[in-house]
Design a protein around this ligand. Structure first.
Ligand SMILES: [Zn+2]
Length: 399
Protein backbone atom coordinates (compact mmCIF):
# COMPACT_ATOMS: atom_id res chain seq x y z
CA UNK A 1 0.00 0.00 0.00
CA UNK A 2 1.31 3.44 -0.95
CA UNK A 3 1.75 5.91 1.91
CA UNK A 4 -0.90 8.60 2.00
CA UNK A 5 1.20 11.53 0.81
CA UNK A 6 -1.67 13.98 0.99
CA UNK A 7 -2.07 13.27 4.71
CA UNK A 8 1.58 13.94 5.51
CA UNK A 9 2.17 17.35 7.06
CA UNK A 10 4.76 19.31 5.07
CA UNK A 11 8.12 19.63 6.74
CA UNK A 12 9.42 23.06 7.70
CA UNK A 13 11.68 23.30 4.64
CA UNK A 14 8.88 22.37 2.24
CA UNK A 15 6.68 25.30 3.27
CA UNK A 16 6.68 27.90 0.54
CA UNK A 17 6.44 30.83 2.96
CA UNK A 18 9.48 29.56 4.87
CA UNK A 19 11.50 29.29 1.66
CA UNK A 20 10.47 32.79 0.57
CA UNK A 21 11.32 34.40 3.89
CA UNK A 22 14.67 32.63 4.07
CA UNK A 23 15.47 33.73 0.51
CA UNK A 24 14.63 37.38 1.18
CA UNK A 25 16.52 37.37 4.51
CA UNK A 26 19.60 35.80 2.90
CA UNK A 27 19.58 38.32 0.05
CA UNK A 28 19.26 41.23 2.50
CA UNK A 29 22.14 39.96 4.65
CA UNK A 30 24.37 39.64 1.61
CA UNK A 31 23.40 43.12 0.41
CA UNK A 32 24.20 44.46 3.88
CA UNK A 33 27.65 42.91 3.57
CA UNK A 34 28.34 44.46 0.16
CA UNK A 35 29.71 47.93 0.53
CA UNK A 36 28.47 50.97 -1.39
CA UNK A 37 25.41 51.07 -3.59
CA UNK A 38 26.65 49.05 -6.58
CA UNK A 39 24.43 46.16 -5.55
CA UNK A 40 21.35 48.27 -6.12
CA UNK A 41 22.00 48.97 -9.79
CA UNK A 42 21.11 46.61 -12.64
CA UNK A 43 21.89 43.80 -13.00
CA UNK A 44 21.04 42.97 -9.38
CA UNK A 45 23.02 40.24 -7.58
CA UNK A 46 21.50 36.85 -8.48
CA UNK A 47 20.27 36.07 -4.98
CA UNK A 48 18.63 39.50 -4.65
CA UNK A 49 16.97 39.15 -8.07
CA UNK A 50 15.63 35.72 -7.09
CA UNK A 51 14.25 37.10 -3.81
CA UNK A 52 12.60 39.97 -5.66
CA UNK A 53 11.09 37.64 -8.29
CA UNK A 54 9.75 35.27 -5.64
CA UNK A 55 8.17 38.13 -3.68
CA UNK A 56 6.60 39.60 -6.83
CA UNK A 57 5.15 36.20 -7.77
CA UNK A 58 3.74 35.68 -4.26
CA UNK A 59 2.11 39.12 -4.46
CA UNK A 60 0.60 38.47 -7.88
CA UNK A 61 -0.90 35.17 -6.70
CA UNK A 62 -2.50 37.03 -3.80
CA UNK A 63 -3.55 39.95 -6.04
CA UNK A 64 -1.45 42.32 -3.91
CA UNK A 65 0.73 45.20 -5.12
CA UNK A 66 4.26 43.83 -5.59
CA UNK A 67 7.58 45.65 -5.00
CA UNK A 68 8.70 47.11 -8.34
CA UNK A 69 12.47 47.04 -7.83
CA UNK A 70 15.18 45.98 -5.40
CA UNK A 71 15.19 49.41 -3.68
CA UNK A 72 11.42 48.93 -3.31
CA UNK A 73 11.97 45.51 -1.67
CA UNK A 74 14.51 47.07 0.70
CA UNK A 75 11.99 49.77 1.57
CA UNK A 76 9.45 47.04 2.41
CA UNK A 77 11.96 45.30 4.64
CA UNK A 78 12.65 48.55 6.52
CA UNK A 79 8.97 49.57 6.80
CA UNK A 80 6.82 46.44 7.03
CA UNK A 81 6.64 43.96 9.89
CA UNK A 82 7.25 40.47 8.52
CA UNK A 83 3.67 39.34 9.18
CA UNK A 84 2.53 41.93 6.59
CA UNK A 85 4.55 40.25 3.82
CA UNK A 86 2.72 37.91 1.39
CA UNK A 87 4.26 34.81 2.97
CA UNK A 88 2.10 32.07 4.49
CA UNK A 89 3.97 31.07 7.64
CA UNK A 90 3.21 28.91 10.68
CA UNK A 91 1.58 31.11 13.32
CA UNK A 92 4.41 30.52 15.80
CA UNK A 93 7.25 31.16 13.31
CA UNK A 94 7.40 34.90 13.89
CA UNK A 95 7.20 37.46 16.62
CA UNK A 96 4.63 40.10 15.75
CA UNK A 97 6.10 43.46 14.77
CA UNK A 98 9.51 42.08 13.75
CA UNK A 99 11.28 43.67 10.79
CA UNK A 100 14.02 42.38 8.53
CA UNK A 101 15.88 45.70 8.28
CA UNK A 102 16.40 48.47 10.80
CA UNK A 103 14.37 51.47 9.70
CA UNK A 104 17.03 54.10 10.36
CA UNK A 105 20.07 52.38 8.85
CA UNK A 106 18.69 49.72 6.46
CA UNK A 107 20.97 47.21 8.19
CA UNK A 108 19.79 43.60 8.72
CA UNK A 109 18.21 42.99 12.11
CA UNK A 110 19.01 39.97 14.28
CA UNK A 111 15.75 38.43 13.07
CA UNK A 112 16.98 38.78 9.49
CA UNK A 113 20.21 36.96 10.39
CA UNK A 114 18.32 34.21 12.18
CA UNK A 115 16.22 33.50 9.08
CA UNK A 116 19.23 33.72 6.77
CA UNK A 117 21.23 31.10 8.69
CA UNK A 118 18.18 28.81 8.81
CA UNK A 119 18.68 28.22 5.09
CA UNK A 120 20.51 25.22 3.71
CA UNK A 121 23.10 27.41 1.94
CA UNK A 122 23.93 29.39 5.04
CA UNK A 123 27.51 28.33 5.77
CA UNK A 124 28.93 31.62 4.44
CA UNK A 125 26.69 33.59 6.82
CA UNK A 126 27.65 31.49 9.81
CA UNK A 127 30.51 31.74 12.28
CA UNK A 128 31.19 27.99 12.01
CA UNK A 129 33.93 27.89 9.33
CA UNK A 130 36.02 30.52 11.15
CA UNK A 131 35.56 29.08 14.63
CA UNK A 132 36.31 25.58 13.36
CA UNK A 133 39.51 26.87 11.70
CA UNK A 134 40.60 28.55 14.95
CA UNK A 135 39.88 25.42 17.00
CA UNK A 136 41.75 23.21 14.52
CA UNK A 137 44.80 25.48 14.48
CA UNK A 138 44.99 25.73 18.28
CA UNK A 139 44.44 21.99 18.68
CA UNK A 140 47.30 21.28 16.25
CA UNK A 141 49.52 23.45 18.44
CA UNK A 142 48.14 21.85 21.63
CA UNK A 143 47.53 25.39 22.80
CA UNK A 144 44.13 25.81 24.56
CA UNK A 145 45.21 29.21 25.93
CA UNK A 146 45.39 30.49 22.35
CA UNK A 147 41.77 29.47 21.72
CA UNK A 148 40.66 31.14 24.97
CA UNK A 149 42.54 34.33 24.06
CA UNK A 150 40.95 34.28 20.60
CA UNK A 151 37.40 34.02 22.01
CA UNK A 152 38.04 36.87 24.43
CA UNK A 153 39.54 39.02 21.67
CA UNK A 154 36.42 38.60 19.49
CA UNK A 155 34.20 39.61 22.41
CA UNK A 156 36.22 42.54 23.71
CA UNK A 157 37.80 43.93 20.53
CA UNK A 158 35.44 44.01 17.53
CA UNK A 159 37.56 46.87 16.17
CA UNK A 160 41.32 46.58 15.51
CA UNK A 161 43.72 48.91 13.72
CA UNK A 162 46.27 47.70 11.18
CA UNK A 163 48.89 48.27 13.87
CA UNK A 164 46.92 46.03 16.30
CA UNK A 165 46.85 43.23 13.73
CA UNK A 166 50.65 43.37 13.55
CA UNK A 167 51.41 43.76 17.26
CA UNK A 168 48.59 41.90 19.08
CA UNK A 169 49.49 38.32 18.09
CA UNK A 170 52.94 38.71 19.64
CA UNK A 171 51.69 40.43 22.79
CA UNK A 172 50.19 38.73 25.89
CA UNK A 173 52.65 35.81 25.92
CA UNK A 174 52.12 35.38 22.18
CA UNK A 175 48.84 33.53 22.75
CA UNK A 176 47.35 34.76 19.48
CA UNK A 177 50.43 33.98 17.37
CA UNK A 178 49.02 30.71 15.89
CA UNK A 179 46.01 32.67 14.67
CA UNK A 180 47.84 35.61 13.05
CA UNK A 181 46.72 34.69 9.50
CA UNK A 182 43.13 34.02 10.57
CA UNK A 183 42.92 37.44 12.26
CA UNK A 184 43.77 39.05 8.90
CA UNK A 185 40.83 37.20 7.34
CA UNK A 186 38.23 38.03 9.94
CA UNK A 187 39.11 41.69 10.59
CA UNK A 188 38.31 43.59 7.39
CA UNK A 189 38.71 47.30 6.50
CA UNK A 190 35.76 49.23 7.90
CA UNK A 191 32.86 49.44 5.40
CA UNK A 192 31.97 52.88 4.08
CA UNK A 193 28.50 52.69 5.66
CA UNK A 194 30.06 53.18 9.13
CA UNK A 195 31.95 56.36 8.25
CA UNK A 196 30.30 59.67 9.12
CA UNK A 197 29.64 61.56 5.91
CA UNK A 198 32.01 64.52 5.63
CA UNK A 199 33.97 63.83 8.84
CA UNK A 200 35.97 60.75 7.86
CA UNK A 201 35.57 59.17 11.30
CA UNK A 202 33.69 56.21 12.71
CA UNK A 203 32.38 55.92 16.26
CA UNK A 204 32.41 52.93 18.60
CA UNK A 205 29.51 52.04 20.87
CA UNK A 206 30.46 52.98 24.45
CA UNK A 207 28.64 49.90 25.75
CA UNK A 208 29.78 47.01 23.57
CA UNK A 209 32.71 48.43 21.56
CA UNK A 210 31.48 47.63 18.06
CA UNK A 211 31.05 50.46 15.55
CA UNK A 212 27.82 52.45 15.44
CA UNK A 213 25.92 52.93 12.18
CA UNK A 214 25.06 56.52 11.22
CA UNK A 215 21.30 56.65 10.61
CA UNK A 216 19.43 58.41 7.81
CA UNK A 217 18.25 61.01 10.35
CA UNK A 218 21.71 61.96 11.58
CA UNK A 219 21.68 59.73 14.66
CA UNK A 220 23.55 56.53 15.46
CA UNK A 221 22.44 52.91 15.92
CA UNK A 222 24.09 49.91 17.55
CA UNK A 223 23.39 46.62 15.79
CA UNK A 224 23.39 44.67 19.06
CA UNK A 225 20.07 43.98 20.72
CA UNK A 226 21.61 44.20 24.16
CA UNK A 227 22.40 47.88 23.43
CA UNK A 228 19.12 48.60 21.61
CA UNK A 229 17.22 47.75 24.80
CA UNK A 230 18.85 50.66 26.61
CA UNK A 231 17.30 54.13 26.64
CA UNK A 232 19.68 55.66 24.14
CA UNK A 233 22.80 55.04 22.11
CA UNK A 234 26.02 55.93 23.90
CA UNK A 235 28.78 57.09 21.58
CA UNK A 236 32.26 56.01 22.59
CA UNK A 237 35.68 56.35 21.01
CA UNK A 238 35.99 58.03 17.63
CA UNK A 239 38.48 56.62 15.12
CA UNK A 240 39.89 58.43 12.12
CA UNK A 241 39.72 55.91 9.30
CA UNK A 242 43.51 56.16 8.80
CA UNK A 243 44.29 55.78 12.52
CA UNK A 244 47.29 53.47 13.07
CA UNK A 245 47.28 52.38 9.45
CA UNK A 246 43.53 51.93 9.13
CA UNK A 247 40.48 50.67 11.03
CA UNK A 248 39.31 47.07 10.73
CA UNK A 249 36.00 45.64 11.87
CA UNK A 250 35.34 42.04 12.79
CA UNK A 251 33.19 40.46 10.05
CA UNK A 252 29.46 40.39 10.76
CA UNK A 253 28.92 36.61 11.22
CA UNK A 254 31.46 36.65 14.06
CA UNK A 255 30.06 39.87 15.55
CA UNK A 256 26.56 38.42 15.38
CA UNK A 257 27.12 34.86 16.57
CA UNK A 258 30.30 35.07 18.73
CA UNK A 259 30.96 38.62 20.01
CA UNK A 260 27.42 39.67 20.94
CA UNK A 261 26.41 36.45 22.75
CA UNK A 262 29.93 36.29 24.19
CA UNK A 263 29.26 39.42 26.26
CA UNK A 264 26.29 37.65 27.83
CA UNK A 265 28.26 34.40 28.16
CA UNK A 266 30.95 36.16 30.21
CA UNK A 267 28.34 37.80 32.41
CA UNK A 268 26.56 34.48 32.97
CA UNK A 269 29.86 32.78 33.83
CA UNK A 270 30.61 35.48 36.44
CA UNK A 271 27.12 35.16 37.88
CA UNK A 272 27.29 31.35 38.16
CA UNK A 273 30.76 31.51 39.70
CA UNK A 274 29.44 33.96 42.28
CA UNK A 275 26.52 31.57 42.95
CA UNK A 276 28.95 28.76 43.81
CA UNK A 277 29.70 26.90 40.55
CA UNK A 278 33.03 26.07 38.95
CA UNK A 279 32.76 27.38 35.40
CA UNK A 280 34.99 26.47 32.45
CA UNK A 281 34.37 28.60 29.37
CA UNK A 282 34.58 27.08 25.84
CA UNK A 283 36.02 23.70 26.99
CA UNK A 284 37.91 21.49 24.55
CA UNK A 285 38.48 24.28 22.01
CA UNK A 286 34.88 25.47 22.03
CA UNK A 287 33.12 22.08 21.93
CA UNK A 288 30.35 23.89 23.81
CA UNK A 289 29.76 27.20 25.55
CA UNK A 290 30.61 26.44 29.18
CA UNK A 291 30.91 23.50 31.54
CA UNK A 292 29.28 24.32 34.85
CA UNK A 293 30.27 22.10 37.76
CA UNK A 294 27.78 22.42 40.61
CA UNK A 295 28.62 21.93 44.29
CA UNK A 296 26.73 18.60 44.33
CA UNK A 297 29.16 17.22 41.73
CA UNK A 298 26.88 17.34 38.70
CA UNK A 299 28.24 18.90 35.50
CA UNK A 300 26.07 20.86 33.08
CA UNK A 301 26.92 21.62 29.45
CA UNK A 302 25.54 25.12 28.88
CA UNK A 303 25.06 27.17 25.72
CA UNK A 304 23.93 30.81 25.96
CA UNK A 305 21.57 31.54 23.06
CA UNK A 306 19.76 34.87 22.98
CA UNK A 307 17.68 34.49 19.79
CA UNK A 308 14.55 36.44 18.93
CA UNK A 309 12.79 33.53 17.17
CA UNK A 310 12.12 30.52 19.44
CA UNK A 311 10.98 28.32 16.54
CA UNK A 312 14.31 28.75 14.74
CA UNK A 313 16.24 28.28 17.98
CA UNK A 314 14.33 25.09 18.82
CA UNK A 315 15.12 23.71 15.36
CA UNK A 316 18.84 24.22 15.95
CA UNK A 317 19.00 22.74 19.45
CA UNK A 318 21.43 19.83 19.45
CA UNK A 319 23.54 18.39 22.27
CA UNK A 320 27.33 18.85 22.07
CA UNK A 321 29.01 16.31 19.80
CA UNK A 322 32.26 16.38 21.76
CA UNK A 323 33.89 17.96 24.78
CA UNK A 324 34.21 16.99 28.43
CA UNK A 325 31.49 14.78 29.95
CA UNK A 326 28.37 16.29 31.48
CA UNK A 327 25.26 15.08 33.28
CA UNK A 328 22.84 17.58 31.80
CA UNK A 329 22.72 19.80 28.74
CA UNK A 330 20.76 23.07 28.58
CA UNK A 331 20.45 26.10 26.36
CA UNK A 332 20.12 29.35 28.30
CA UNK A 333 18.20 32.49 27.36
CA UNK A 334 17.97 35.69 29.44
CA UNK A 335 14.95 35.72 31.76
CA UNK A 336 14.01 39.06 30.18
CA UNK A 337 13.49 37.26 26.85
CA UNK A 338 10.71 35.15 28.39
CA UNK A 339 9.17 38.21 30.03
CA UNK A 340 8.98 39.92 26.64
CA UNK A 341 7.82 36.79 24.77
CA UNK A 342 5.67 34.66 27.11
CA UNK A 343 5.28 31.87 24.50
CA UNK A 344 9.03 31.62 23.94
CA UNK A 345 9.62 28.44 25.94
CA UNK A 346 6.52 26.61 24.62
CA UNK A 347 7.43 27.44 21.02
CA UNK A 348 11.05 26.37 21.52
CA UNK A 349 9.83 23.06 22.96
CA UNK A 350 7.46 22.50 20.01
CA UNK A 351 10.34 22.72 17.54
CA UNK A 352 12.96 20.96 19.65
CA UNK A 353 13.96 17.44 18.61
CA UNK A 354 13.69 14.57 21.12
CA UNK A 355 17.15 14.29 22.68
CA UNK A 356 18.16 17.93 22.31
CA UNK A 357 18.84 20.37 25.15
CA UNK A 358 16.05 21.88 27.23
CA UNK A 359 15.64 25.61 27.61
CA UNK A 360 16.27 27.37 30.94
CA UNK A 361 16.64 31.03 31.81
CA UNK A 362 19.79 32.52 33.26
CA UNK A 363 17.90 33.10 36.52
CA UNK A 364 16.74 29.46 36.68
CA UNK A 365 20.28 28.23 36.09
CA UNK A 366 21.70 30.53 38.77
CA UNK A 367 19.01 29.25 41.17
CA UNK A 368 19.95 25.63 40.40
CA UNK A 369 23.57 26.47 41.18
CA UNK A 370 22.62 28.12 44.48
CA UNK A 371 20.40 25.15 45.43
CA UNK A 372 23.24 22.73 44.78
CA UNK A 373 25.55 24.79 46.97
CA UNK A 374 22.92 24.85 49.73
CA UNK A 375 22.59 28.63 49.80
CA UNK A 376 18.89 28.41 48.91
CA UNK A 377 16.33 25.69 49.54
CA UNK A 378 15.05 23.65 46.61
CA UNK A 379 11.49 24.74 47.43
CA UNK A 380 12.29 28.18 46.08
CA UNK A 381 12.57 26.80 42.55
CA UNK A 382 8.92 26.29 41.59
CA UNK A 383 7.73 29.84 42.14
CA UNK A 384 10.99 31.66 41.54
CA UNK A 385 10.30 35.10 40.09
CA UNK A 386 11.95 36.08 36.83
CA UNK A 387 14.57 38.45 38.10
CA UNK A 388 17.30 40.50 36.53
CA UNK A 389 20.83 40.21 37.75
CA UNK A 390 22.65 43.27 39.11
CA UNK A 391 24.69 43.16 35.90
CA UNK A 392 21.52 43.52 33.83
CA UNK A 393 20.76 46.77 35.60
CA UNK A 394 24.06 48.31 34.68
CA UNK A 395 23.72 51.37 32.51
CA UNK A 396 27.37 51.51 31.68
CA UNK A 397 29.78 49.55 29.52
CA UNK A 398 29.05 45.86 29.18
CA UNK A 399 32.51 44.68 30.25
ZN1 LIG B 1 26.57 48.50 21.38
Amino acid sequence: MQPDRAARAPSWSELEGIRLLRGVATALVRLGDSYGTESLSHPYPTEAQQALDATVLACLLLKADPPESLPDLIQWAADLPVEAWPFALPADALRSGSQLLDRGTRQPTQLCYEWAVDGERSAALSEQPFMAAAARRCREEDYPEAYQAFRRLLIRRPVLTDRDLVTLPGAHLGDLEPLRDLLRDIYQPVPASYIHPGRGVCTACARCGTLLHPTTKGGMWCERQICQKRDSVRAGREYRTDHDGGINLLIRPLRQWVSAPGIQELRLARRLTKAGADVELWPDYGAYGMRVLLADGTAWAVEHKDWTTPALLGRRAVPPRSGPPHDRCVWVVPASRLSEQPNFRATFERYRQGASPHLVTDSELALAVREASGSVSSGARSDAPVTRSPDDESKGALF
